[in-house]
Design a protein around this ligand. Sequence first.
Ligand code: ADP
Ligand code: MG
Length: 705
Amino acid sequence: MDTCDKSRLVPSLFGSWVFNDTVMRERLPKNVYRALQDAIRDGRPLDSGLADILASAMKDWAIEKGATHYCHWFQPMTGVTAEKHDAFISPTPQGTVIMEFSGRELSQGEPDASSFPSGGLRATFEARGYTAWDCTSPVFIKKDGANTTLFIPSFFCSYHGQALDKKTPLLRSMEALNRQALRVLRALGNEQARRVSVTLGAEQEYFLIDRRLAARRPDLLFCGRTLFGAPAPKGQEMDDHYFGSLHERVASYMSEVNQQLWLLGVTAKTQHNEVAPSQYEIAPIFEVVNVGVDHNQLVMETLQKVARRHDFICLLHEKPFAGVNGSGKHNNWSMVTDDGVNLLAPGDTPHENLQFLVFLFAVLRGVDRYADMLRASVAHAGNDHRLGANEAPPAIISVFLGEQLTEIIEQIEKGHTRSSKACSSLQLGVSTLPPLPKDSTDRNRTSPFAFTGNKFEFRMPGSSQSLSGPNVVLNTAVAESLREIADELERPGTQDRNVRLQKLLREYAREHRRVIFNGDGYTAAWKAEAARRGLPNLASTMEALEAMATPKNQALFERHGVFSATEYPSRQEIMVESYAKSVLIEGKTALHMVRRQILPAVMAAAGEQARTVSALEAYGVPGPARELLQAMTAGIEAMGKALEGLEAAMAKARAAEGSVERGRRCRDDIRPALVALREVVDALEARMPSGQWPLPTYAEMLYEL
Ligand code: ADP
Ligand code: MG
C-alpha cells in the first residue's frame, strides 16, 4: 500500500475490528440494539433473553472476519491481561460441526484459574472463578499470527463473587463516583445530567532496543531492566533526542503500531521521541476510563508485539537503563456528564464556575485525604527507581494548581473573594472566574498531580503498570468528597445554598491548602516543607504498601462498595508479594549473569592479560599493562565478595516470615546488595577490552538502531 492509499484508508480502517456502534446498528434487531445501549449507558448487564441474539450476531460478524475462536479477556492481579480461547465449534450427531456462540458463552465464562494471584481470597481447592462480559467495553477481534479470535473484555471474580481482577473494582469505583456526582449536580440544580463518567487519557512511554542485542541480556529478558551496564560516553545531556526527528526504522515501527491500534479502535494520536536515547511516547485521545484502561493494555501489548516484527524489543519497565530517564505513564483524568459537560473545565457563567469549583475542591480534598492510598496505587518494584529520582515526581503527593487558581482558593479561605490579581471580585455562584489561560497551568513538570486547564494529570504511575489501580483510588476518593458535599447540600436547613457552599468550601480550603504546591517538586527544600505541612513521604514501595492498610482507607472502599472487607487486604498482600518476587528475580538474574557470564569472561581476560604481562617482562612491563591486570584481579576479588553479600541477602529474604517481612528484606538487604554488585561490575566493564565483555553495552543498546 503506498502512503497516499494508507492515509485515505484510515477512516475506514479505524475500528474495523471492533463490534462498534455502526456494526451493532447494522446487524442487531432494533429492540436488541436499544436494550444493549441502555445496558451500556446505565452500566448494567444485558437481559439474558437478548444475549443469545446478540451473541449470534457477534459470531456471524467475527466469522466473516476470519475468527474461529472467542475468548473472555480479563485482567488478573498480575498487571497483564489473560485470555483462554474456545473455538465456536459445536458437534452434530452427523459427526460434523457447526459454528455456535450462545448468550451464556458471551456473558459468562468459567476458567479454571487457580494459578492467578488472589492474595489469600481463594484457596486452590476452590479453583473455579468466573469471567463476565463488561458490556461497556466493546468486543473486538484480534489477529495473532494466523489465529483470529473474538475478544470479550471481561471482569474476573471468585465463585463467591469476590473481585480477583483489576476491572471489577474499577467499574465499582466508576459507579460510586457517578452516584455521588449526580447527587451533587442535582443539589446544584442540574436536572439534565443522567450519568457522570470518568475520562482517561494515558500517555505511554517506552524504549525500543535492537532485538539481537536485547536477546543477549538476561537482565532485559527476565527483569525488563539492565542490572549492570557502565554508562555510554554520551547520555541525554545534549537534549537532542527529545522531540527529535524520527529514525526511519522507528518511524516505520510507529506506523505499524498506529495501524494495528486504529483497527482495534484505539485512537492512537500523538507520537514522539522522549528524553532518553531510544525512548519514545505514544498517547491516545481520552475516553471513558474503563475503556481507556483496556485500551492502554492493548497499547502495551501492541507496542511489544509489533516491536518483534521490526526486530526490536519494546521495554515498558520504569527504569531500563541507569543514568538516563525512565518511563512513566501520565494518567490524565477528568469527569464528564452524559450531555458533554467536562466538570473540571472552568465555565463562562457564574453557575458553571460554581460547579467547577465544587468539583475541583472535591478532587483536592480526595487527593489530600487519601494521598497515602494514591501513593500506594503506584507502588511497584520498577517505579521505585523512578519516583523521587529527579526525572519523575517525588514520592510526596501534592497538587499543582497554578497561580491563579491557588489565589482563588486562598480568597475562598479568607472568606472574601475580592481583589485577586486577575479578578476584581468573586462571589460564588454570582460572579465568574477570570479566564484561566491553559498555558499558565501546564508548565510544572515536577508535580505529581497537576491541574492542566480542564483535567488533572497524575504523573506518578509507572510505564508498565495497569492504570486501573490509580483510577480506582482517584474515583473513590473523589466520590467520598462528593458524598460529603451532597450530604451537606441535601440537609434540610434554611440557609441559602450558595452560602452553605461558600462555608463548606472555606473549610475545605483551610484544611487542604497544605496539599497545593506550585514550586519545584525536585528540590530538597520541598521535602522539608512537605514534612512541615504533614504530607506523607512514602519513599518506596514497601513504605507505601504498609501505609495503605489503615482502617480509614479500608472504610472508604467499603463505604462505596469498591472493595469488601476481605478484598482490600488481599490487594495489599498481592502487591507486597509481587514486589518481593520482582526483587528476588532480579537477585537470581544478577547471580546468573555474574557467575555464568561476567566472572568467566573477566577471568579469561585476566589470564590473557597475565600472559601479556609476562611476555612483556623481558622489555620491562609498561605501567598500563600491569595496572589493567591489577584492575581485573581486584575486580574478580570484589565481585566474589559482592556475590557473597547478595547470596546472603537473598537467603535472609527467603527465610523471612510473612510477605511483609520478606518485602522489607528485599528492600533493605537485596536491593543494596544488588547496587553494591553493580558498582563493582560496572567499574570493571569500564576497564575491560571491549571485545572481551560478554554483554552488549549501553552504548550499543541505546545508540545502535
Ligand atoms: P500534554 O500533557 O503533552 O500537554 P495534552 O494536553 O494534549 O498533552 O493531553 C494529554 C492527554 O490528555 C491526551 O491523551 C488527551 O487526550 C488527554 N486529555 C485531554 N482532555 C482530557 C480530559 N478531559 N480527560 C482526560 N484526559 C484528557
Ligand atoms: Mg502530559
